[in-house]
Design a protein around this ligand. Structure first.
Ligand SMILES: NC(=O)c1ccc[n+]([C@@H]2O[C@H](COP(=O)([O-])OP(=O)(O)OC[C@H]3O[C@@H](n4cnc5c(N)ncnc54)[C@H](OP(=O)(O)O)[C@@H]3O)[C@@H](O)[C@H]2O)c1
Length: 339
């Protein structure tokens, strides 16, 4: 719906997920072009509590009812990964635009189905990968791609933390859990953007925990022309987040790479034994920037920056890594179909 310059995109949230409460609700409230009008939960009481706490006007005891709300123009989906596909498609069929948490689906095929539903129904679909919207992320990619550290040779990254609750959705195989889909996807995503292409081959080793998901995984990606990326991700270690980009003539390092928070951040550029260059970035909220981009695109009837065609690139790499891990580290070609 386009009702002029002051119109704000009216969001409904599917579920009382932690990430909505902690990040997206504040981001939508703070945004210049979106507002929250409804929340739905499988539990009406939980939806009511959430709505009061988050100052959301309406609440529902089922996701279906929220999709029936004609005032809702867009939904934000922070459901367990295995439910993204179903609810994104149902929302699209009700002509709601969809901002869906990462990873968009749990396979390339699912993500393509989601995009097909969005296209058929004339709505926007975007993967909510907030770290891409931080100015530092974009600068890191620009520095690496512009030859600031010479020819790109090695990309090293990690995203690990320790889960303390065993009932967490990340430990459920049936809900699309596992370290690779939860946090490894960030390392994979940034590696391909830094390299500027999809890798040719992927290789991984995983530790499978007692619930049947990968609680730890180390992977390698080989890119055409030489660059190699290595990363590790885990749900059962100390928290770490970093990216290091190593070129023929220097390196770039960024800590707290993915969940950057709202404080100031930096990229450290090094060249041999010479002085370090510190690129400084003022604090900003990546979630708010993501919401505002999505709102701008929908309200202006323009494409989103990160639809399913983009998401399938990262998912094709994840699928290859999963296959390699199942085959004890055998190298696997990354899907030709999405290259
Ligand atoms: N971008 C980021 O920074 C970021 C950070 C964390 C998570 N995420 C993503 O956000 C999504 C949600 O993660 P989260 O940690 O916020 O999840 P969470 O707190 O466990 O919430 C998931 C919600 O899904 C609903 N749900 C529906 N069916 C369910 C089922 N069978 N089992 C459990 N919950 C079910 C529940 O809401 P109701 O009971 O209210 O229906 C639940 O509150 C995931 O896709 C994750 O990858 C993104």
């Amino acid at each position: 719906m386009r009702t002029g310059a002051t119109h704000r995109l009216r969001f409904g949230i599917l579920s009382t997920a932690r990430i909505g409460r902690n990040a997206l609700v504040p981001a939508i409230h703070a945004s210049r072009n979106a507002e929250l009008v409804a929340v739905a939960s499988r539990d009406l009481g939980a939806a009511g509590d959430y709505a009061r706490e988050a100052m959301i006007p309406r609440h529902y005891g089922s996701y279906e009812e929220l999709l029936d709300d004609a005032e809702v123009e867009a939904v934000y989906i922070p459901l367990p990964n295995s439910l993204h596909r179903e609810w994104a498609i149902r929302a699209a069929e009700r002509k709601k635009h969809v901002l869906c948490e990462k990873p968009l689906g749990v396979s390339v095929e699912e993500e393509q189905e989601m995009q097909a539903a969005a296209d058929t129904n004339g709505v926007r679909l975007m993967e909510a990968f907030m770290y891409r919207f931080h100015h530092r992320t974009q600068r890191l990619i620009d520095l690496a791609r512009s030859g600031a550290v010479g020819d790109l040779r090695i990309i090293r990254s990690a995203f690990t933390f320790r889960l303390t609750r065993l009932d967490n959705i990340r430990l459920r195989a049936d809900l699309g859990g596992g370290a690779l889909l939860d946090v490894g996807c960030y390392c994979v995503d940034i590696s391909r953007r830094l390299a500027g292409a999809l890798p040719v081959e992927a290789q991984a080793w995983a530790h499978i925990g007692p619930t049947g998901v990968d609680t730890r995984l180390a992977g390698s990606l080989r890119f055409e022309g030489g660059p190699i990326a290595q990363f590790d991700c885990a749900l059962d270690t100390e928290r770490r987040e970093f990216i290091e980009v190593v070129g023929s003539e220097g390196s770039l390092f960024a800590g707290q790479t993915f969940v950057a928070g709202t404080g100031s951040q930096e990229i450290v550029e090094r060249h041999g034994r010479g002085a370090e260059v510190r690129h400084a970035f003022a604090g900003e909220d990546s979630y708010q920037r993501m919401v505002e981009h999505f709102g701008d695109a929908v309200l202006a009837d323009e494409p989103v920056r990160y639809g399913a065609a983009d998401a399938t690139g990262t998912m094709a790499i994840i699928e290859a890594l999963q296959r390699s891990a199942r085959a004890s580290g055998e190298p696997v070609k990354v899907g030709e179909a999405v290259r």
